[in-house]
Unconditional design. Structure first.
Length: 235
């Protein structure tokens, strides 16, 4: 259960930091303003919605991690060996997140060429990551670790599949942001879309690093302390 508490604590810290960055904790009634100014938050509804969505997604993955950890300590657990390709896929996802960060910085500076380049890089590496995950699935299947082979293999496909579905969903939003960037939509609207995509991508990268560390565990007795050390090694 320490794994679950650790993951929840990190998610809570990220959400708290994000809310602080968005100035949701400010007290507008203490400020000096014009009469009739209600001090309503200027935070776009899309950012609030994304924050709520990420909290829900974080809870979903926390439940998956908790279920995986508990099942490891039961009988008939034969862990599927994590394909070495997952290391390459992890690097590709890091590059994808870096591309979105590049686009976000360029959007803040009003450099549309940089925005387009960053979005293309982020989307291209995301597609490469998904392709790599499918190849890893085929490698496991060829080695006899198919979906119904044992609980460990089933959890591997479930965890990586759910994460991949969230990447696919992010690609839909990324495609809309790219459409805005190429159609010459107002810079402020493009910037908001890019910031939302970048935040989502960074979150999925963090989730994948935790999941990857969990999948690397082979000994059920290491399900608590072993994961912590693996996360430190990955970072």
């Amino acid at each position: 259960m320490n794994i679950t508490f650790l993951f929840l604590a990190v998610i809570a810290a990220i959400v708290a930091w994000w809310l602080a960055q968005q100035r949701l904790t400010a007290k507008p009634w203490l400020g000096v303003g014009l009469i009739g100014d209600t001090g309503a938050s200027s935070l776009p509804a899309a950012k609030i919605g994304l924050g709520v969505f990420l909290a829900v997604v974080g809870c979903l993955f926390t439940l998956l991690i908790s279920a995986y950890s508990m099942r490891m300590n039961m009988g008939e657990w034969r862990p599927a060996p994590a394909p070495k390709l997952l290391w390459l896929n992890t690097g590709i996802l890091i590059l994808s997140s870096g591309g979105l960060q590049w686009a976000q910085v360029a959007a803040r500076r009003g450099r549309m060429d940089g925005v387009r380049g960053g979005l293309l890089a982020g989307g291209g590496f995301a597609l490469a990551f998904l392709a790599g995950q499918l190849i890893a699935w085929r490698q496991l299947d060829a080695a006899g670790y198919y979906l119904t082979a044992n609980p460990a293999a089933a959890f591997f496909y479930l965890i990586t599949g759910v994460h991949g579905l969230h990447i696919l969903g992010g690609l839909v939003a990324l495609g809309r942001a790219m459409d805005k960037a190429w159609r010459g939509v107002a810079a402020g609207e493009v910037r908001l879309s890019v910031e939302l995509c970048a935040t989502y991508w960074h979150f999925l990268l963090f989730v994948w690093l935790v999941l990857f560390g969990l999948l690397l565990l082979t000994d059920p007795m290491e399900s608590d302390s072993g994961l912590v050390s693996l996360i430190w090694r990955i970072f």
